[in-house]
Design a protein around this ligand. Structure first.
Ligand SMILES: Nc1ncnc2c1ncn2[C@@H]1O[C@H](COP(=O)(O)OP(=O)(O)OP(=O)(O)O)[C@@H](O)[C@H]1O
Ligand SMILES: Nc1nc2c(c(=O)[nH]1)N=C(CO)CN2
Length: 165
C-alpha cells in the first residue's frame, strides 16, 4: 500500500531533525522509500504563537497495518525528543499519517485520511511535488490546492532531503 507521511519541525535544529527522522522511519525493511518532497518553510497554522516550521512529505510503500504505521511514526517522534506541551504548539518533530492506501477510519487515536490534510497547504504543497498525481479522498491534490492560500509555504531549495540509505 502507498503511504503518505507529513513531517514538521519548529524547534531546535529543524532540518537536522527532518533528516534524522527520515532515516529512522526507513530503518526497517517493512517500509520502502518511494519519494520525498522538497523542504518548505511555513508560517505556523493554528495554536499559540510559535516559530516557523520546516515541512516535508514522504511517500512510502508498505504492507504494515495503519496502526503499526502510527506506532512507527510515534516511535520516531519520541526518539527525536518531541515534547508535547499543548495542542498545535511547538514541537521538535511531528509525523502525521496522511493516507494509508485507501484506508478510511475514524478512531480517536487514528483518523484516515488525516482529517485536516485537505485544508493544509503545508501538507498539500510538498505532497503534490513528491507526487504530482496525488489524490486525497477522490479529489486531486492539485485541485484542492487551487482553493487554498499557499503564500505562507516557502520553498527552501538550500535544504534537500536525500533518499535514506
Ligand atoms: N492520521 C493521523 N496521523 C497521526 N496522528 C493521528 C492521526 N489520526 C489521529 N491521530 C492521533 O492524534 C493524536 C495527537 O496528535 P498530535 O499531538 O500530533 O496532534 P497535532 O499534530 O498537534 O495536531 P494535528 O492532528 O492537527 O496534526 C496522536 O496521538 C494520534 O493518536
Ligand atoms: N506551518 C505549520 N503549521 C502547523 C503544523 C505544521 O507542521 N506546519 N502542524 C500543526 C499540528 O500538526 C499545526 N500547525
Amino acid at each position: 500500500m502507498r503511504v503518505v507521511l507529513a513531517l514538521g519541525s519548529n524547534l531546535g535544529d529543524r532540518f537536522d531533525t527532518l533528516r534524522g527522522a527520515l532515516d529512522a522511519l526507513f530503518e526497517k525493511p517493512d517500509l520502502t522509500f518511494v519519494a520525498v518532497s522538497p523542504v518548505y518553510e511555513t508560517d505556523p497554522v493554528g495554536g499559540p504563537e510559535q516559530g516557523a516550521y520546516l515541512n516535508a512529505v514522504v511517500i512510502a510503500e508498505s504492507a504494515l497495518e495503519p496502526r503499526a504505521l502510527l506506532d512507527r511514526a510515534q516511535g520516531v517522534e519520541n526518539a527525536f525528543g518531541r515534547v508535547r506541551v499543548e495542542r498545535w504548539g511547538a514541537r521538535t518533530l511531528d509525523i502525521d499519517l496522511i493516507t494509508v492506501g485507501d484506508a478510511v477510519m475514524d478512531d480517536p487515536d487514528l483518523t484516515l485520511p488525516h482529517p485536516r490534510a485537505h485544508e493544509r497547504a503545508f501538507v498539500l504543497v510538498p505532497w503534490v511535488r513528491a507526487d504530482p498525481g496525488a489524490v486525497l479522498s477522490g479529489r486531486r491534490v492539485a485541485d484542492l490546492l487551487a482553493g487554498l492560500d499557499q503564500g505562507y509555504v516557502r520553498p527552501r531549495p538550500d535544504l534537500t532531503l536525500q533518499r535514506p540509505v
